[in-house]
Ligand binder design. Structure first.
Ligand SMILES: [Zn+2]
Length: 395
């Protein structure tokens, strides 16, 4: 049974170790400062006696270092081990940042519990069990509070406390699902305290002061399950890149519409209102044009009925169809219109005696295409004829 000293002493990255077991590429040390994957934090990288360490995990109570190749050293040998310092510093910063974000959540959200967290090379996620709707405003406020707490340079401390005592302390964020790695032995739990900000049971590696994190950039929010809100953020270069991308986009959008980033939301609202007003105006003008085109169509008397027949282009069959249904019956008994390029349409509205559907059937019998409708309105499309030919046929 070995345990990792990483969480207790996260700044130690170079150490001498004694080989306890070698099994192919799997190596167990008597004591190790490598962090084994667990509790949402990835395993450390590094080397043992110059051989790269591919993965570190806890197997049956032992911390197993999987090497890239079989080593030449053997049991009881003294070796030099080295944890990848850059990656370790990244996980320490990312991990501590997740505690700070959780602390910000405590101040802003109705928190029911801690839903877990995870670190990848690019980002960190924290899952909140909360009934609060995490809107854009809440998300930005979470980010702001987190960066404030980082700036405030709060001390981070950790200690082993009896498990029962930890469970009794109500302010401790404790998640059974991710406590793997929290326990060094069966009876104690590591409690990580960020000065006047957050207390959590956690077995990961942490920085000693929040200012070491630098800053966080919130990236996404999602709902991975019932009552869970996931917030993803980045620390370091990924976060800095993201902020630059967003800043560039905001400046470019503001410049395009001649305003400042601060006034962008109002300017966009104004543009949307203007667009809506213009759309309404265009609709009303289009309506007038169609109305006057229909009024100009030729009138013919056929079997005691007044027909208005003709070609109307630049409008689709639905627009024309709607309009002739409203018009028919006032000055005309039947209105029949053809239009459209390629495979034209025909629409027929009747106020009674003429069966509109029969008229459309006659047209499609003659010119192909298809259609249908009822006695007062029918339409056909895909006709193999010019609109003028259709009108001649109907007249
Ligand atoms: Zn932690």
């Amino acid at each position: 049974m070995t345990h990792s000293l990483a969480a207790a002493d996260p700044t130690v990255t170079d150490f001498d170790a004694t080989i306890e077991r070698v099994d192919g590429t799997d190596v167990v040390l008597e004591e190790t400062y490598f962090y084994p994957q667990g509790g949402g934090q990835p395993a450390d990288r590094g080397t043992i006696e110059g051989v790269p360490v591919e993965h570190v995990e806890t197997v049956d109570g032992d911390i197993v270092h999987r090497l890239e190749r079989e080593p030449s050293f053997d049991v009881d040998d003294e070796v030099v081990a080295s944890v990848d310092d850059e990656f370790r510093r990244y996980t320490m910063r990312a991990h501590t940042a997740s505690h700070i974000l959780y602390g910000a959540g405590r101040r802003l959200l109705n928190i029911l519990g801690y839903g877990g967290f995870g670190i990848t090379n690019e980002k960190v996620r924290v899952d909140f069990e909360t009934t609060t709707d995490v809107t854009d405003d809440v998300l930005v406020e979470l980010e702001r509070l987190t960066n404030r707490a980082i700036w405030e340079s709060r001390d981070v401390a950790w200690e082993e406390v009896p498990r029962a005592e930890a469970l009794d302390r109500e302010e401790v964020a404790f998640n059974e699902a991710t406590e793997e790695g929290v326990m060094n032995d069966a009876d104690t739990v590591r409690i990580v305290t960020i000065e006047d900000w957050d207390v959590a049971a956690c077995g990961g590696t942490h920085v000693a002061n929040t200012r070491e994190i630098g800053g966080v950039t919130v990236q996404e929010r999602s709902n991975p399950g019932e009552g869970l809100t996931r917030v993803e953020f980045a620390v370091g270069p990924t976060g800095i890149r993201r902020r630059a991308t967003e800043h560039r986009a905001a400046l470019s959008a503001a410049r395009s519409i001649g305003t400042s980033v601060e006034d962008l939301p109002e300017a966009v609202e104004r543009l949307i209102d203007e667009r809506d007003a213009l759309e309404a105006e265009v609709r009303s003008l289009t309506d007038e044009v169609l109305e006057s085109r229909l009024a100009e169509l030729d009138r013919v008397e056929q079997d005691g009925q007044t027909w208005r027949i003709g070609v109307v282009n630049d409008f689709d069959s639905n627009e024309v169809g709607e309009k002739i249904q409203k018009r028919v019956g006032t000055d005309d008994d039947v209105i029949a219109v053809s239009g459209g390029g390629g495979r034209p349409f025909v629409v027929v509205a009747s106020s009674g005696d003429v069966d509109a559907n029969r008229v459309v059937e006659d047209v499609t019998d003659e010119f192909g295409g298809g259609g249908g409708g009822g006695p007062t309105f029918a339409q056909g499309g895909g006709l193999d004829a010019d609109p003028e030919e259709v009108v001649t046929f109907l007249s």
